[in-house]
Design a protein. Structure first.
Length: 295
């Protein structure tokens, strides 16, 4: 009888225990980050589990957060723990843990999520609209589809997919709703020793837009910006723009224009939804990427 019970329980052990493995097995997250510097560039934010420690008697994960750009890398350590399918962030200013994820929440439940960059007591409420399962490299992970329960004065938002043991695909924490751009952006990829690599974009996990300065002799100009229906890209007559690509901030290619010389051509963006995009312009001498705002 005991043998039969063990056989029955065995297939369920990985599923029951896996949700407790937040930031285990050398976990890494890469997220997009747009910077409106001169020239504008696309960098990334990386979270990497680098060890364990004790805080107030609780076992927590040490996670290195790095903001990586072409110019430099800014890093700091944060501390997170998991307990009963919930993930918490340690907030040193108040010496307390705040809820970030509840992977056990079901359809119809409400989750009150801490907003890390806001005041220490700031939270938003998200509603679990539905639940599904996602297979990543033969690992079945629970997915919550959430929408925000708006309230007056909300400065942060979190909507879309929350994947068990990976988190929200929009960023690690709620994003600022008014900042343009906010700190953080969509998940590029996640990996650990159990799941392997889960890649959501066409660009590499650690891709950074080159900020190589292009001589004024080869200068490429984009106008208008912001734009509504059309854009034009120009460069000196001795340079030929051979390829122009339009990407969203998750790295997905939306449009491609190719010709022997696109300089001065009027390019239609009439069907592009208003928002922030990246325009990659390629000549025989250089590649330049600019942020394009579509109205």
């Amino acid at each position: 009888m005991k043998t039969q019970l063990l056989i029955l329980l065995f297939p369920f052990i990985p599923i029951l225990s896996f949700s407790q493995n937040w930031a285990n097995y050398n976990s890494e997250w890469h997220y997009n980050q747009i910077n409106f510097f001169t020239p504008p560039n696309l960098s990334y934010i990386k979270f990497e589990a680098i060890g364990d420690t004790l805080i107030n008697g609780d076992s927590v994960k040490i996670i290195l957060e790095e903001n990586v750009s072409f110019a430099d890398t800014v890093s700091k350590k944060i501390f997170m723990k998991s307990d009963s399918d919930k993930v918490y962030l340690y907030v040193p200013e108040i010496n307390a843990y705040k809820l970030i994820y509840d992977f056990a929440a079901n359809t119809g439940d409400t989750i009150e999520v801490f907003c890390r960059q806001a005041f220490q007591d700031s939270t938003i409420k998200v509603h679990v609209d539905s639940i599904s399962t996602l297979d990543i490299n033969n690992n079945a992970l629970r997915v919550q589809y959430v929408s925000q329960i708006d309230s007056e004065g909300d400065e942060y938002y979190m909507e879309g997919e929350i994947i068990e043991n990976i988190g929200w695909t929009g960023f690690m924490f709620p994003l600022h709703a008014w900042a343009d751009p906010p700190y953080g952006g969509p998940l590029r990829c996640f990996q650990n020793d159990i799941i392997g690599l889960y890649k959501l974009t066409e660009i590499d996990c650690d891709y950074v837009t080159s900020t190589k300065i292009i001589s004024t002799e080869y200068e490429i100009k984009l106008y208008p910006n912001p734009a509504k229906n059309y854009i034009t890209v120009t460069c000196p007559s001795n340079i030929k723009i051979q390829k122009i690509e339009l990407f969203d901030t998750s790295g997905r290619n939306l449009k491609t224009w190719e010709n022997t010389n696109l300089s001065g051509s009027k390019l239609s963006i009439e069907k592009v939804i208003p928002g922030i995009y990246l325009l990659k312009m390629e000549t025989q001498l250089a590649i330049k990427t600019e942020v394009l705002v579509v109205r």
